[in-house]
Design a protein around this ligand. Structure first.
Ligand SMILES: CC(C)(COP(=O)(O)OP(=O)(O)OC[C@H]1O[C@@H](n2cnc3c(N)ncnc32)[C@H](O)[C@@H]1O)[C@@H](O)C(=O)NCCC(=O)NCCS
Ligand SMILES: Nc1ncnc2c1ncn2[C@@H]1O[C@H](COP(=O)(O)OP(=O)(O)OP(=O)(O)O)[C@@H](O)[C@H]1O
Length: 203
């Protein structure tokens, strides 16, 4: 059995996790996306929606009954107590769905999960890849991608464990400020025995 059956992809907001995930998909691997799983819960899981609504008020629910993510984001980012409450409410829903999807997925499987360390998912994965970009570049990217002002982007960035702490916790780091991201990804996949050396010819 491989020691890389489940691989976590994490990193700070805007560091390029989705970009790295798309490269890994293009190399033929399955990558689950925890943000997408969270969005599905906020759209379809009435039990979770009711619990959030009870705590944060009707203002976070759209006409179609789904959670208004922008409204909820405004309430929690920059407000650590509220963010902690959101995490506490959603944690059982997220964890149950993520673990079920990991269990049923063909192996090897990757999962993009921004809060891997913050929510303690280390024990569910065999390897962790941390995607790195320094804060200045990450902030610049998310301001551009999501049309945010600096203060709003910075509140999101500050809601997570600093990227410098994340890179201390793994051997496998992809630096997306460099131009050779594909090569870095391939080198890691080779080190964790998911690609043979000769596949590096693909780049
Ligand atoms: C707060 C919400 C409604 C904001 O939605 P929005 O569409 O604006 O952002 P989106 O979900 O696309 O997240 C963008 C990024 O924000 C960061 N982020 C999301 N949730 C959190 C959180 N609880 N704490 C810190 N950072 C977070 C992540 O880096 C994520 O990639 C939404 O992010 C949410 O429900 N978060 C809680 C669920 C969660 O923990 N998701 C992360 C999966 S591990
Ligand atoms: N290597 C790169 N060079 C230039 N731009 C990049 C690079 N990687 C990602 N980007 C851009 O930066 C933005 C953020 O990247 P991406 O969505 O992959 O980050 P993320 O870590 O998944 O963010 P989030 O935590 O918000 O989900 C995107 O607009 C993306 O196109």
């Amino acid at each position: 059995m491989s020691n890389s059956e489940v691989v976590g992809i994490t990193g700070g907001i805007g560091t390029g996790k989705s970009f790295v995930a798309s490269i890994i998909r293009s190399l033929g691997f399955m990558v689950l996306d925890s943000d997408q799983i969270a969005h599905r819960i906020l759209t379809c899981d009435q039990n979770a929606i009711d619990k959030l609504c009870h705590f944060f008020g009707e203002g976070i629910v759209k006409k179609d009954g789904a959670i208004d993510r922008k409204a909820l984001g405004t309430l929690v980012f920059g407000h650590p107590d509220q963010l902690e409450k959101l995490n506490k409410i959603l944690d059982p829903f997220l964890r149950q769905t993520i673990l079920a999807e990991l269990k049923s997925a063909p192996k090897p499987v990757f999962i993009e999960i921004p809060l891997l360390y913050e929510l303690h998912y280390e024990n569910y994965v065999d390897q962790v890849i941390v995607v790195f970009a320094d804060d200045r570049i990450a902030l610049d990217r998310i301001q551009k991608r999501d049309h945010l002002d600096f203060a709003t982007a910075n509140k999101k960035l500050c809601a997570q464990l600093p990227i410098k702490e994340k890179i201390k916790r793994t051997k496998y780091i992809v630096d997306t400020t460099q131009s050779n991201v594909l090569e870095q990804v391939i080198a890691i996949l080779q080190k964790i025995d998911l690609m043979k050396e000769d596949k590096s010819e693909m780049s």
